[in-house]
Design a protein around this ligand. Structure first.
Ligand SMILES: Nc1nc2c(c(=O)[nH]1)N[C@H]1C(S)=C(S)[C@@H](COP(=O)(O)OP(=O)(O)OC[C@H]3O[C@@H](n4cnc5c(=O)[nH]c(N)nc54)[C@H](O)[C@@H]3O)O[C@H]1N2
Ligand SMILES: Nc1nc2c(c(=O)[nH]1)N[C@H]1C(S)=C(S)[C@@H](COP(=O)(O)OP(=O)(O)OC[C@H]3O[C@@H](n4cnc5c(=O)[nH]c(N)nc54)[C@H](O)[C@@H]3O)O[C@H]1N2
Ligand code: SF4
Ligand SMILES: [Mo]
Length: 891
């Protein structure tokens, strides 16, 4: 036996950027044991459910292993030649702006740097945009307008040192779980720490909140204008700071006062209780150590940039920036959203925090890259870019590490645009996605566990992602793929990279290039890393930029000096605007979209981990009980949601945590794993005029019940097409696939249907393999296919949505033979006496189900989450199920 190898790497999911210690058990078999890295300063050993399940996602299932041209396997040379040829031809005939890249905050910095250099530096167009447009482009505008640089001043320690944390439009409990656990622990240590959540929904983050403001969707700009006025009125502003380090205060204050004159008006316009607003304002005024955390509830808005500045204004007015325990803290989402900003991956940036519309910057980057062709004007932002594709102006597009057919607003239109495009290239590590389905050329990229490079987390901390395994099949690193195409386009010398270390050094050197008082200082500076040797790069320890020879930097702007022309921070006057489209008689609800605890975006990776798929098995639309009662929408039935742009189907989940008039759907389901769950189709393609970020949180929609004649749940060892079921959702289980099904028409002969659909061959169709229960008057039909190899499939059909939760049945797929008792019980859905049914999994770290927890709470009289933890382990891992455990204690 060879000694086990432990590799330190970084989680590929959220912007928290947790360090991982990966113990490789079998490199060829992709077997690895994942644990949090106790030394990594982002997480000190903690991981959330998604990070902890990474070992289950590195199999070859669904991997794209070879290049494909027109769906057929091709070799790399043919694929790369074709890509280069088609891009060259489009550029020659229609100019550089006729081609585009659409890339991703999930690329490593090295991949991203090369993509940006190729498009902006050598093709000579700025038509490279990224999914970060949908994510934090408004936060960038906010910081740049206020500080003259896209620089996050705070760090995680500030969350622990604060006495007040205001979470605005952030569900950190689910979306940045390890940072949230740090806040939870800080509150346990410092009971004086107050937490306020501003969110139309009562989310899991409210679990530790002292105050929740269920704001009317889209009204946060007004709330923070009201706060600015209140700070001034109560003498809480810091006049000395304002005079010494800022400009524009009077104008911002005047604007804020006219928009939100007092607490009563602010509360009324935000749909909040005046007493609650007063409490927030008083706490904010009185608490020096205040951090305001904001995320997509702020950014994804047609006035997102202004909302960011309304928040920053309040921190500037109180001088609460750059010191321990305080600051305006934008929580970025993707693992390398920050790295993408560093390399200039957005269509309106150049590289290393330099600007396309600054001729000195363009000239400087041109000299550094050795190119005369550097783009000198902004390119198309994501929505404009797909509009240009639809209009036939983009002749060739290359999509890398993002799935726009699912995640863009007005997603049906994005699909049509790509269908009509002359040439679509997609690089992904997964074979079948909504977007790969439309590719002329598919390029297999290495994924997490095979890639080697760096990422920057949401507190500016650069960490290494290291390879655990060799690349699978013929997958290649994204930087290599871009470089190969660059070489074929004739730019060989500038793209002769042999390793990610070389690219990182060049990136660091560019950040340091003419970055001094003489040329003008830039915030993004990695001068201390520009000469990193290969071994030093290999061993690079996490550190925060700017990085000088002396090391990294924990906080920015503590000295009151900013990157604007005169060095002062700028207040921005904010006139609050409601969402562009507001509900009306035809579309009376506001559709809110966002994330679930255990899934990552379009599920291409988290969907492979069975234990992450049990928390929620299908797309649900959450609706307030009053709205559901008024519209007679029963829980568990299927609803049809429609907007002016498209529609979807989702199961109705009635929840008092919703704000009346608001609906919430998760963003995770796609056309690959569901028939009608791809929510992007509904979302309005409205953007912020400054950042181009779409308003993905507020789309007017209508909801009605979808008349289902039958509902079914089906578990099968084999994946099944089932295209004759109008409503269909597929999830991966442990040894089986789970299908939630429904259809309009009754009268199907389920016996005949099941024998044809569930059996793999004629032998399996024989009567002796089938258990069956049929009750025609009620519409109930149940069947199970059991062969010599054990349970193969089982189907439960009913007229209504009430069907057994197949928690116990799922465990039977792990057995090769069933006992008589199990066979007798199977179609009842409940285990034989004496066998446990754990129910829906609540704690994915320790696989503890709802039924187990409820029973233990009842039988052992458990009174708090600590007792549940001590008894069952639940909640003692990543902690993200703690809010749910509290619900079981209360009900
Ligand atoms: N589990 C999980 N974690 C993730 C991801 C994932 O896919 N899954 N993705 C990562 C990425 S890329 C990102 S960008 C982050 C996103 O992290 P978050 O921004 O925290 O997540 P979201 O669920 O998109 O939205 C946050 C909240 O905004 C609220 N909201 C909606 N409208 C308004 C409004 O008008 N005002 C206010 N104040 N709030 C509003 C929503 O109700 C929601 O609870 O998560 C990251 N982490
Ligand atoms: N309505 C609505 N829409 C939204 C949002 C919302 O809250 N509401 N959120 C928006 C936000 S914040 C974001 S960040 C986006 C996310 O949306 P997307 O970026 O579209 O979603 P992902 O599923 O993360 O897509 C990443 C793709 O890259 C592949 N991939 C993973 N690693 C690699 C790699 O190393 N190389 C390559 N080449 N491919 C790789 C994955 O298999 C997957 O197909 O969605 C946005 N859309
Ligand atoms: S909080 Fe979870 S998803 Fe985010 S980096 Fe850490 S382990 Fe990964
Ligand atoms: Mo994001």
């Amino acid at each position: 036996m060879s000694p086990t190898t432990i590799v330190k790497t970084t989680c590929p999911y959220c912007g928290v950027g947790c360090g991982i210690s990966a113990e490789i058990e079998d490199a060829a078999g992709h077997r690895v044991r994942i644990a949090g890295d106790p030394e990594h300063p982002a997480n000190f050993g903690r991981l959330c459910s998604k990070g902890a399940a990474l070992a289950d996602t590195v199999s070859l299932e669904n991997r794209l292993l070879y290049p494909r041209i027109g769906g057929a396997r091709a070799d790399w040379d043919s694929a790369l030649d074709l890509v280069a040829e088609r891009f060259r031809a489009a550029i020659a005939e229609h100019g550089p702006d006729s081609v585009a890249f659409y890339v991703s905050g999930q690329l490593l910095t090295e991949d991203y740097y090369v993509a940006n250099k190729l498009m902006k530096g050598f093709i000579g167009s700025a038509n490279i945009d990224t999914n970060s447009r949908l994510c934090m482009s408004s936060a960038v505008v906010g910081y740049k307008r206020a500080f003259g640089a896209d620089a996050v001043p705070c760090n995680y320690e500030d969350l622990e040192l604060a006495d007040l944390i205001v979470l605005v439009g952030s569900n950190a409990a689910w979306c940045h779980p390890v940072a949230f656990q740090r806040i939870r622990k800080a509150k346990e240590r410092n009971p004086a720490l107050k937490i306020v959540v501003v969110d139309p929904r009562r989310t899991a983050s409210c679990d530790i909140a002292d105050l929740h403001l269920p704001i009317q969707p889209g009204m946060d700009g007004l709330l923070f204008d009201g706060l600015l006025g209140h700070l001034a009125a109560t003498g809480a502003t810091d006049a000395a700071y304002i005079t010494a380090y800022t400009e524009g205060f009077e104008a911002a204050l005047a604007q804020a006062r006219s928009a939100a004159p007092d607490i009563a008006a602010t509360a009324a316009n935000c749909g909040l209780a005046a007493a609650d607003v007063g409490l927030l304002f008083d706490w904010f005024a009185a608490t020096e150590k205040t951090v305001t955390v904001y995320s997509q509830g702020i950014n994804q808005s047609s006035s997102g940039s202004d909302k960011c500045n309304a928040i920053i204004n309040c921190h500037l007015a109180t001088g609460r920036i750059g010191r321990p325990g305080m600051g305006p803290f934008s929580f970025t989402g993707q693992p390398n959203a920050m790295g993408g900003r560093e390399v200039g991956g957005l269509a309106n940036m150049l590289a290393a925090h330099m600007d396309l519309d600054n001729p000195a910057h363009v000239e400087r980057v041109g000299r550094f890259w050795g190119s005369q062709r550097v783009a000198d004007r902004q390119g198309l932002k994501a929505l404009e870019l797909f509009d240009a594709v639809a209009a036939g102006k983009i002749k060739a597009i290359w999509i890398v590490a993002t799935n726009p057919v699912a995640s863009m607003p007005d997603a049906d239109r994005v699909r049509q645009a790509l269908q009509a495009c002359d040439f679509v290239v997609v690089s992904d590590c997964i074979a079948d996605t909504d977007t790969t389905r439309l590719a002329h050329v598919l390029l297999p990229a290495t994924g997490w566990s095979e890639k080697d490079g760096s990422v920057t987390n949401l507190e500016r901390r650069i960490s290494r992602q290291r390879a655990l395994f060799a690349p699978s099949g013929e997958a290649r690193h994204d930087w290599w793929i871009f470089s190969q195409v660059a070489q074929r386009l004739g730019f060989g010398e500038a793209f002769a990279y042999r390793s990610s270390a070389e690219i990182f050094r060049e990136h660091a050197a560019l950040s340091a290039f003419e970055n001094d008082a003489g040329h003008g200082r830039r915030d993004f500076d990695l001068s201390g890393l520009a000469e990193l040797s290969d071994p030093a790069y290999s061993d690079l320890q996490p550190l925060q930029w700017p990085v000088s020879a002396a090391g990294g930097t924990a906080r920015l702007f503590g000295d009151g000096r900013f990157f604007t022309a005169n060095g002062k921070a700028h207040f921005v006057p904010v006139s609050p605007r409601p969402p562009r489209h507001v509900p009306d008689a035809n579309y009376p609800f506001t559709l809110n979209t966002g994330r679930l605890r255990d899934q990552w975006h379009t599920m291409t990776r988290t969907g492979l981990a069975a234990k992450l798929n049990t928390h929620q098995v299908e797309p649900c639309v959450e609706i307030h009980p009053d709205d559901a009662a008024r519209l007679r929408l029963p829980a568990g039935a299927i609803a049809k949601l429609t907007s002016r742009w498209g529609g979807m189907l989702a199961k109705i989940a009635i929840s008092a945590e919703q704000r009346p008039g608001s609906l919430f759907v998760p963003m995770h389901w796609t056309g690959v794993n569901s028939s009608h769950g791809r929510m992007g189709a509904l979302v309005n393609p409205v953007v912020d005029p400054l950042s181009g970020q779409p308003e993905s949180k507020q789309t007017p929609v209508a909801i009605e019940s979808w008349p289902a004649g039958w509902h079914a749940v089906l578990l099968s060892r084999q994946a099944l097409p089932l295209s004759d079921c109008e409503y269909r959702v597929e999830m991966r289980g442990d040894g089986f696939y789970r299908y939630q099904l429904a259809g309009g028409h009754t009268g199907r002969d389920w016996r005949v249907w099941s024998r044809h659909r569930l059996a793999a061959n004629a032998a399996e169709r024989l009567d002796r393999h089938w258990l069956e229960y049929s009750d025609p008057p009620s519409g109930d039909f149940r069947t199970a296919l059991i062969t010599e190899a054990g349970l193969q499939a089982c189907l439960f059909v009913g007229a209504g949505p009430e069907l057994p939760e197949p928690g116990w049945i799922a465990t039977l797929f792990g057995k090769t033979a069933l006992s008589r008792g199990e066979r007798l019980s199977l179609l009842s859905g409940a285990p034989p006496a004496g066998e446990a049914d754990i129910g829906r999994i609540v704690c994915s770290c320790f696989n503890v189900g709802e039924k187990t927890i409820r029973q233990a709470v009842r039988d052992r009289k458990l009174g708090n989450v600590a007792e549940i933890g001590a008894c069952l382990g639940a909640g003692t891992g990543c902690g993200s199920c703690l809010p749910e455990l509290k619900v079981f204690l209360a009900t």
